[in-house]
Design a protein around this ligand. Structure first.
Ligand SMILES: N[C@@H](CCC(=O)N[C@@H](CS)C(=O)NCC(=O)O)C(=O)O
Length: 206
């Protein structure tokens, strides 16, 4: 059976778990990272030299990097579904997944860490506000995209929605001022009606 290493409150682990749940794919999750440690043991580092989660073990394949994992699982178990069969549609899904890594998450991560993982008296308020503005600018791009299509990569739900949805939930759940982004909100509301998203991703931030 597929094994997923990683604590369930990690944004990157949640992408993998949500992907599996959407496909009805059975897996065993093993806690690692954060308070569970394990990621610095020689055994874990042999699987994932970064010492980060998630890592999956699927028969003889050991794989890390959440988007590589989501792409692999979707291509293997849901070609024509979560992984678009059409090359151009797939390239668009890849594009937005890469954008999450290169643009949205670098802005969102300091906001999340600043507000959720840093005690109030130690917060860098100017840094938090600057990250909030950067996120809002990035999400305006997503909002614009979603004026043209139902979902991120086109008119069907794909792996790109999984990658971005996990980040955008954090934006929605943080105690911050958010600009009105009607198309992104419409898309988020559709995600929020998916049982697996609700169960795996829409959890209190920690
Ligand atoms: N680019 C990697 C980033 C992985 C990452 O930063 N994981 C975080 C959790 S979201 C982690 O392992 N942090 C250390 C820990 O949990 O001990 C991916 O997408 O998988």
């Amino acid at each position: 059976m597929l094994v997923v290493w990683g604590r369930a409150n990690s944004v990157n682990v949640q992408k993998v778990l949500w992907c599996c749940a959407e496909m009805g794919l059975a897996y065993e999750r093993k806690d690692a990272g954060g308070p569970f440690g394990i990621v610095n043991t020689p055994e874990y580092r042999r699987m994932n030299p970064n010492g980060l989660v998630p890592t999956i073990v699927d028969d003889d394949l050991v794989l890390w990097e959440s988007h590589a994992i989501v792409r692999y699982l979707a291509a293997r178990h849901s070609r024509g579904g979560l992984c678009p069969a059409d090359q151009k549609a797939r390239a668009v899904a890849d594009q937005w997944m890469d954008w999450h890594v290169s643009t949205l998450w670098p802005a969102l991560r300091p906001l999340f860490l600043g507000l959720i993982r840093t005690p109030p008296e130690q917060r860098d308020l100017a840094g938090i506000e600057s990250a909030r503005k950067k996120c809002a600018e990035a999400l305006e791009m997503l909002d614009h995209r979603l004026t043209a299509t139902e979902y991120v990569a086109g008119d069907t739900f794909t792996m790109a929605d999984i990658a971005l949805g996990c980040g955008v939930w954090r934006w929605m759940a943080l105690p911050i001022e958010r600009p009105s982004l009607p198309s992104a909100q419409r898309w988020f509301d559709m995600l929020a009606r998916r049982p697996a998203f609700k169960e795996i991703v829409m959890q209190p931030l920690s």
